[in-house]
Each structure stands twice: as structure tokens, then as C-alpha cells.
Design a protein around this ligand. Sequence first.
Ligand SMILES: Cc1cc2nc3c(=O)[nH]c(=O)nc-3n(C[C@H](O)[C@H](O)[C@H](O)COP(=O)(O)OP(=O)(O)OC[C@H]3O[C@@H](n4cnc5c(N)ncnc54)[C@H](O)[C@@H]3O)c2cc1C
Length: 466
Amino acid sequence: MAHNYPIPDFMRDIANVEVSDNPVIIRSKSHDRYGVSPLLRQMLKGKTADVVVTPRTLDEVCAVAKAAVHHRIPITPRGGGTANYGQSVPLQGGILLDMTAYSGVVSLGPGRVRARAGTLIEDMEIATRKIGWEQRMHPSTKLEATIGGFIAGGSGGPGSVTYGQLQEPGNILAAQIVTMEDTPRVLELEGREAYRIYHTYGATGIVTEIEMPTAPAWDWRETIVAFPDYMDALRFAVDTAKAPGIIKKVMSVQEWPTPHLISAFADLVPEGHSIVSSMIATQCWPEFVVSVAARGGVVVSNTKGGEGPYGQPLTHFVFGHTLLHVRKNDPRRTLIEGYFQATDLPALVERVRANVGSYGPMRLELLRTPDGIAGAGSPLFIYESPEQMAQLVRLMQEAGARVSNSHTSNVRAVGKKGLDASDDAFKRAIDPYALLNPGRYEVDPAADAKFELELPTNSWSERVAN
Ligand SMILES: Cc1cc2nc3c(=O)[nH]c(=O)nc-3n(C[C@H](O)[C@H](O)[C@H](O)COP(=O)(O)OP(=O)(O)OC[C@H]3O[C@@H](n4cnc5c(N)ncnc54)[C@H](O)[C@@H]3O)c2cc1C
């Protein structure tokens, strides 16, 4: 799709920076993994950039920003392109800023690591593990995802059962950004200020460096425990997640028949059994097995990290990866993003399941929050229509879950990020011409009303008192 931007003039201004107007490269970089959503497949069809720019230094990032502002051309930053709300698809064309060549660990020490935005999270893990540390949490896509893309587009993952999601204070230490002013500035944001760029889809600054806290790198055991009864599996997982002395990284509960929809698990898990997939520090293993036996579970897999019979690290079967594997068997299945929080979490899940169990097996990832252990998930259901999806949302809400909208790519409509007037003022100050990923951050009452009509979702950031 041709847009009305002075691309040749822009390219002349940044003559020393790598640029491509090759349509094949433009098409492949204008995509992320939004294909999991039947609604996004419609909404984002045919949206592409006009040009792909790949800066290698901070000076080059600044030069690109300056030229883009001068010619009023939008910029959509991109890391690994693994986001699944379509956030890295340039809605209004323009410049696709591929940050993957701006990579490398900048500094490292006990409890912290700082890296350029285009660094693969796996590369940060390799660096920190050499000194006995690892990321507190990472997306299940850490082999392909960049740290800039995780902070700007993700929310949590393996590790969140212990440290909570990225949004919790202390989970992002600092960020360096380049602004989109006439003369771009390089700003250092520390502490709470760094959260200005969290989950805003690149609309609040081109992120150039991120400093993250790290955790002790334990020797992890990966395990799958099978239970004949789903509620027994869930109660076991919640109690283990709550147990302060058991060091864990993952606590993921999948209702039967999901274990048989994931080909790599099919021979491991007995017919009719639901599973708890978890990562437990080796020194806590004896306590863990005692608890499994007492709760009627059976350990069907127990290996050192990365050596399971399913052929990949267990982190490649949890969070967003569960749906990926299930869709290989049944591409009609999708999910919505329910958030379950209650003093009696199993009772809440049971109520929701009573309302929506007929849609498909429940998927639930456990997360730590300031209010205790919460769950994130929904049934893995066979998509029929937007009305069917909206009805599922309503039924989950009626039973007490909150639901965010993973079938849109606007920050407000997704609803995972709480924005206030100070965020809006920050956005206006650093991007006065609204050129950063336009369509993703702006208040658009018409669009928001439409999303509410289509999917009656609510924000995860409004915590429920209980
Ligand atoms: C199978 C699967 C499993 C997943 N599991 C998880 C999970 O466990 N947890 C989770 O949180 N997410 C998950 N995701 C979503 C996604 O993989 C992660 O959020 C990932 O961290 C995104 O990183 P990326 O480099 O691919 O970002 P991209 O997709 O390239 O970008 C994501 C967003 O960040 C913006 N962005 C990228 N780089 C910059 C930058 N330097 N400056 C400013 N903005 C920038 C983009 O414009 C876009 O809006 C999953 C996705 C899939 C397909």
C-alpha cells in the first residue's frame, strides 16, 4: 500500500544508515504473530511500512528520529516481531525501525543487567548466567524476543509466579529512550519513570537501552504432574505457588484434553488427566514430590532444565506457547485473556469454569500479585464468530473474572496498562507530532466504543478488592 510520505527525501537525509525498500523485506517485517487472533487477521490485513530502517548506533537512531520528524513520517519500532496483538504492524505505514542490530549487553553485575534494546533476551540470560544470575521473568519467546520488545509489548511470563508481572514496581530498573522532537533527545528514565515506556507499544519513545533486575540462577528441575481431576490439579498448583519456601519459576495448569492437543505431551499424560507444568529449584524437589503424592498427583516427567522428553525447554509449552502448540493440532482454537483474582482462587476458577467449561479446556498461568496468587487464562476455544467471543467474555465476567482484549492492538483497548494524565503529558512531550506507532496510544472514543461493543472487556490494572 503506497502512502503519501517523502520517503526518497528521508532516505537521502539518513544516507549512512541501512535502509531497505525491498517489498519482500517490508512485507516480512510489517508482521508480528497476530495470526492467533481471527479478529486481528481481519483488522490488520494489508498494513505495511514504506521502508525498513536498521540503525546500528545511538547516533543512527537519533539521525533517523530527526529525519522522520522533519518529514513527518511515522515510525513503528520493532524487535523480534513476536508480539501477538499486532502492535508492531505499522497502521499508517512509514518507517519500520528494526532495532535488532542495536544489540549487546552494556553492563552487568549482581542483581542487574543493562542491554541495548535489540538484544535477544536469551543473550542476556547467557551473559547473566555466567555470573550466577538470570532474568527475574521472561516471555516464553525469549529465544526470538528482544528486551525492548518485551518491555514495550509484553507483560510477564516464566518467573512471574514469583516476581509478578513487569508492571510491579522494581521489575524494570531504568530505560534510555530517544524522543521524537525536532531535535531528538536521549533521555534516561529511572525507577517509576521507566514505566512510561512499559506496554505502550513503542508509542512513548524509541527505547534504546533497558536495565533489568536479575534473580539467582537456580538449578531448575522441569516437571509435569498429572491429576485425574482438574480441580485437584488447580488446588495443588495454587498451594505450591503460595508456599513461600518452595522456589519456583513456572506454575501452569492445563485442563484435559489440552495435554493431548499438545503432540509432545500426548504419550506422557494418561487419558483424562489435567496437568501442572512447573519449574522447581532442585533443592526444593524432595518437598515438592511429597506434596504431589499427598495430593493424588503423578509425576509424569521430571528432568533437569531443558532435558525433558518433549524435546524443548518446558518454558516453550507455557504462557503464549500453549496456544501455539494446540493450534498445530487444531488451528481453529484461540483464547481470550482472563484475569482471576480472589482470596479463594480455586473457587473463582470453578465458578468461571461452570459458566464457560463447554467452550473448551481451561488454560491458567499463575502469577504473583500484591494481593496474592492470581491466574491468567481462559478456555482454549474453537472460534466461531465475534458474537460467540463476546458472549464468552460476558460469561467469564459474570462469574467474577476480569478480561482484557487480546484481539486489538491499541494500548487502551487491550487494557493491560493503566494510563493517567501524566502518561499522556509525557507522550505529548516526547512525541509532539504523534509520529510514534500512530493509532496505538491516542484516545479515540469512537474506536474504544467499538471495541467495547465488540468485546466487553475490562482493564487488568483495576485490581479487585477481596
Ligand atoms: C508463542 C508466543 C508466546 C508468547 N509468550 C509470551 C509471554 O510469555 N509473555 C509475554 O509477555 N509475551 C509473550 N508473547 C508476546 C511476545 O513474544 C513478547 O511480548 C515479546 O517479549 C515481544 O518481544 P519482541 O522483540 O518480539 O517485540 P516486537 O513484537 O518486535 O514488538 C512488541 C512491541 O514493542 C514495540 N517495540 C519493539 N522494540 C521497541 C523499541 N526498541 N522501542 C520502542 N518500542 C519497541 C513494538 O512497536 C511493538 O509494539 C508471546 C508471543 C508468542 C507468539
